[in-house]
Every structure is written in structure tokens, then in C-alpha cells.
Design a protein. Structure first.
Length: 362
């Protein structure tokens, strides 16, 4: 009888203890005080970290044949704050990221952060603050500055460090790029297309002017399930143009453009994934872009995905990093099936995959 009672007490204790031991992802532990299972049963999440060393690590989803390069790092600090600045490379056309660690027991109210004279929006958590910035693809090579201004409870102080931006030799196309009917001036000026072109431009203008709260978590994703680049970032291209004179094509002056995103190989119907958490602000068939989806990640950080065969989301939807947004296609000004993916940080287009080298936390 005594053994049976002891056994019953042990079972009762386990029944009380075990529900509090349910685990959740690092992202859930930061963003949610409580998590809900598929069965709508409430479970506890991990406590929000209060020390920099306890912040969630980056969760990265990539194809088997792609491994992002480790980032370059610069550290600047004083007795109250340590700032770690990251970029795949401190070179033209890269995304940058910083984390500001408030030393334990110190009172430090961060008031302003700038890079190259431009304000950087930042998000503060229990462990410190973080934010994203762009190294412009045409930035002047050489020294520029990262500055953080904070209040220590008595006076305003400033930390400043130099960033040496390296020059990048971008590829230049050696051949005219003929887009078929889209290179025909008469075709692109048809009245029936004019309205769509104007609506597409307005949709982009409105979407990319949105200012929303930071929604990027510690989870990032490659936009495809395999990695093969077919069109380089910031490649200089010369587009062919012609008019018809009778039955003949007559060449006219084309235009020069820089490829603001990256082209990735994919068969029609292959999956396209969001690179980070965010909200859908464009899901529309456009004239030049084809089926295009744009994701707002907050603080005017956007990724967008063009030429897709189909779209799996609509405006207003929320999406997680690695969530399906569409399928590879050849719509719009495309010479064949591929994904055009782009990353814009407050209007500056940087190499989209440079984001995946950053040790993002939340």
C-alpha cells in the first residue's frame, strides 16, 4: 500500500511539472509571452533573455548547395555600451546590421544611430538594440562613420567608429539584351498597356513608401530550394530597342540599366520563399515585373520577387521566413523561367543574399 501511494504521488508531481516544460522556438520565446499549440492548448515559452549572451541565435534556412559566407565584424565601445557592426563584406552593395549591447547594470538610453550620415531606425529588446542599414552600391570607397548617441542618466554621450568601404567591380554585359516584344517600342506604347504600366508604378510607389514596425525575427531564408545564379546583382546591362518599318525591324537607341536584384535559376512551378518575416504589400501582375510579390519587413526594409508563374499570397497576408510566396515563372520582361529577387533598405538596393550572412537576433 505504501509503495502504491508513493507511486501515485510521483505521477501527480509529474503531471504538475511537465506542462511547464514544453519547448517553443527561439523566435516564439522573444515575441510571445505565451504560445498556443495546434490543439489550442496553452503552453509556457522560454523566458525572454535579459543578457546579450542569452539572445536567440539565427535560424537560417538554405538549400543544400548554398552556405553563406561568415560576416565581417567591427566592434566599437565605451564603458557603457558595446556596438557590433556586421556585413557580409564592408563593401559596396551589402546589407549591414548592428547590435548594441548595454553592459549589465548600466543605464543607457540609445537616442540616435547613424551610418554615413543617415539615420538608422532601430529596435530595442531586453538584451539591447539592433537595426539594418545599406551600403550603397555606388558608395564612395574609403572611410565613413557609424555613430551612436545615448544618454547615461546624467549626460548625452557618443560612440563613433570608422567603416572602410571597399570598392566592388561589378560585371558589365557584353551583349545587347533583347527582350523580344518588350524591346519593341510600338508594343510597349500600346494604349491597352499604358494603364497597367501606370497602375504598376503607382502600386510600387505606395508599397515602398510604407513605414511600419520592425518584423524581422531571428529567422532568415534563402528564396529558393536550390542555388544557382543566372543574373548578377548590379550588372550593367544595355537593352536593345527597335521599331518596325514595314516588315523590317529598325534598331533605335536602347537604354542602360543596372540589375538591382539577383536572378536565380528555377523551373516553372518551383517554390519561392520569403527571406524573412513580414507582411505582403504587393501581390499583383505587372507589365514589366510579371507576377510580383513584395514583403514589408518593417523600418522600410523590403524584399520582392518577380516574374513568378503564380502567387501564393495576397496583400495583407503575413508570412514567415521560408514561407511560400509563389512559384517560379517567366512572366513580364523575362527571357526564360527564373526568379528575380531584390532587397531594398530604405530605398537602396543591396545584394539580397548579403542578408543571409548577418547573425540576426531579436
Amino acid at each position: 500500500m505504501f509503495k502504491k501511494n508513493i507511486f501515485s504521488l510521483i505521477l501527480l508531481a509529474l503531471a504538475i511539472i511537465l506542462p511547464g516544460c514544453s519547448s517553443t522556438s527561439a523566435r516564439e520565446s522573444v515575441n510571445d509571452n505565451k504560445a498556443v499549440t495546434a490543439e489550442n492548448q496553452e503552453v509556457r515559452s522560454y523566458p525572454v533573455p535579459v543578457k546579450y549572451s542569452e539572445r536567440p541565435v539565427t535560424v537560417l534556412k538554405t538549400p543544400e548547395n548554398y552556405k553563406p559566407a561568415p560576416p565581417d565584424k567591427i566592434v566599437i565601445s565605451d564603458e557603457n555600451i558595446k556596438v557590433i557592426i556586421y556585413a557580409k563584406e564592408f563593401a559596396q552593395g551589402n546589407a549591414g546590421y548592428f547590435e548594441a549591447d548595454r553592459e549589465d547594470g548600466k543605464i543607457s538610453e540609445i537616442r540616435k544611430i547613424t551610418y554615413a550620415g543617415e539615420n538608422i531606425p532601430f529596435t530595442c529588446t531586453e538584451w539591447g538594440c539592433r537595426g539594418f542599414f545599406a551600403i550603397h552600391p555606388e558608395a564612395k570607397p574609403g572611410k565613413t562613420f557609424f555613430t551612436l548617441v545615448y544618454f547615461d542618466g546624467t549626460s548625452e554621450k557618443k560612440i563613433e567608429g570608422s567603416v572602410n568601404v571597399r570598392d566592388v567591380q561589378y560585371p558589365v554585359s557584353k551583349h545587347l539584351l533583347d527582350l523580344g516584344k518588350f524591346s519593341d517600342k510600338e508594343y510597349t506604347s500600346k494604349p491597352e498597356f499604358k494603364k497597367l504600366i501606370e497602375e504598376s508604378a503607382e502600386a510600387r510607389r505606395l508599397a515602398f513608401s510604407i513605414v511600419s514596425e520592425d518584423s524581422i525575427t531571428n529567422s532568415l531564408s534563402h528564396p529558393r530550394d536550390m542555388h544557382k545564379v543566372t543574373g548578377d546583382y548590379w550588372k550593367k546591362r544595355i537593352y536593345a530597342a527597335h521599331k518596325k518599318k514595314g516588315k523590317k525591324k529598325v534598331k533605335v537607341k536602347g537604354h542602360v540599366s543596372y540589375h538591382r536584384g539577383l536572378d536565380l535559376k528555377g523551373d516553372v512551378g518551383a517554390p519561392v520563399y520569403s527571406m524573412a518575416d513580414g507582411k505582403i504589400v504587393i501581390a499583383m501582375k505587372m507589365f514589366y515585373e510579371g507576377n510580383m510579390v513584395a514583403v514589408d519587413h518593417g523600418n522600410q526594409v523590403f524584399t520582392y520577387y518577380m516574374h513568378m508563374d503564380s502567387m501564393a499570397v495576397k496583400v495583407g497576408d503575413t508570412v514567415k521566413a521560408g514561407g511560400l510566396v509563389g512559384r517560379v515563372g517567366a512572366t513580364g520582361t523575362s527571357t526564360g523561367p527564373h526568379l528575380h529577387v531584390a532587397l531594398s533598405i530604405r530605398g537602396v538596393h543591396v545584394h539580397p543574399l548579403s542578408l543571409l550572412s548577418l547573425p540576426v537576433s531579436r
